[in-house]
Design a protein around this ligand. Structure first.
Ligand SMILES: NC(=O)c1ccc[n+]([C@@H]2O[C@H](COP(=O)([O-])OP(=O)(O)OC[C@H]3O[C@@H](n4cnc5c(N)ncnc54)[C@H](O)[C@@H]3O)[C@@H](O)[C@H]2O)c1
Length: 273
């Protein structure tokens, strides 16, 4: 089940924010990389932060898996192209692409600067575009491949936890539309394109970025509030995202394309859109 033996997974944003705490410090991309390696895939992990992706590789290699890494800014076309070429030189193919780079900045159209808006579009949307731009031709030559993009429930709900983050919402909604449109463009070529829509997940991002953005000094109080706000009674974690990504990337999902899989403990269903 969900066996990835013989497959190569190119994972963008394979590190995690925060201090390296080994097993405690799981972001979505890091958990996905480790899970895919456990399922037999050779992982090619790229990240802007070399220390973060080195930590991912260390975990995979300590478990006997295979992981090559590269420092890449996924918003820069030449860097993405060079990474794809390096991955091919090392592993000869790319079967899975995970576009996990992303993050939010608060603000509405009046309070947000043009620079922040542009940076959000690059961070959340262009990164997936560039990943697909250089990996899809490889998959097309192979006649097979699976792409999994990472959206957010911010794409589906007007506000998450009372915050307005218009550029994040727009770019993550863009990821769903980009996924559907790309999936149909490549559906006859043996390539599936899907996305996962995580809800409020307990990743290191909570302590490190959201606590600062919300002005909450007490990360524990913020975390308790986040848990209580989900119908299922708790936030999800990076492994919940990773398992959804694994399914969509696996042969068991061979009839699934252009889909978005919401992994949110019931959050969006319980709230008006
Ligand atoms: N954590 C949540 O609650 C949550 C909820 C919904 C969606 N998401 C989405 O999940 C994804 C990952 O979230 P996470 O919590 O694991 O975040 P994270 O910040 O821990 O991991 C993302 C990784 O991407 C790297 N990165 C950032 N910019 C990059 C760039 N330009 N090029 C290459 N690498 C870059 C970072 O260094 C980091 O290692 C994001 O797309 C995020 O929007 C997260």
């Amino acid at each position: 089940m969900l066996d990835l033996t013989g497959k190569t997974a190119f994972i963008a944003g394979a590190g995690s924010v925060g201090e390296a705490k080994g097993g405690e410090n799981w972001g979505n991309g890091k958990a996905t990389a480790v899970l895919m390696a456990r399922q037999g895939a050779r992982v090619y992990g790229v990240d802007l932060n070399p220390a973060a992706v080195a930590e991912t590789a260390r975990i995979i290699e300590a478990e006997g898996g295979t992981c090559a890494t590269r420092t890449v800014n996924m918003t820069v076309a030449a860097e993405v192209q060079a990474a794809v070429e390096d991955c091919l030189a090392r592993f000869g193919r790319i079967d899975i692409l995970v576009n996990n780079v992303g993050g939010s900045a608060p603000g509405d159209p009046v309070t947000m600067s043009e620079e922040v808006w542009d940076a959000q579009m690059d961070h959340n949307l262009k990164t997936a575009f560039l990943g697909c731009k250089y990996v899809l031709p490889v998959m097309e030559r192979q006649g097979s491949g699976a792409v999994v993009n990472i959206s957010s429930v911010a794409a589906l709900s007007h506000q998450v936890e009372g915050r307005t983050n218009v550029a994040y919402a727009a770019s993550k909604a863009g990821i769903i539309a980009f996924t559907r449109s790309t999936a149909i463009a490549f559906v006859k070529k043996g390539i599936r394109v899907n996305c996962v829509v995580p809800g409020t997940m307990h990743t290191p991002l909570v302590e490190h970025r959201l606590a600062k953005q919300l002005g909450a000094n007490d990360a524990a109080a913020l975390i308790a509030k986040r848990h209580a706000g989900v119908p299922i009674g708790r936030m999800g974690d990076a492994w919940d995202v990773a398992h959804a990504v694994l399914f969509l990337a696996s042969e068991e999902a061979r009839y699934v394309t252009a889909a978005h899989l919401v992994v949110d403990g019931g959050l969006t269903a319980a709230r008006p859109g």
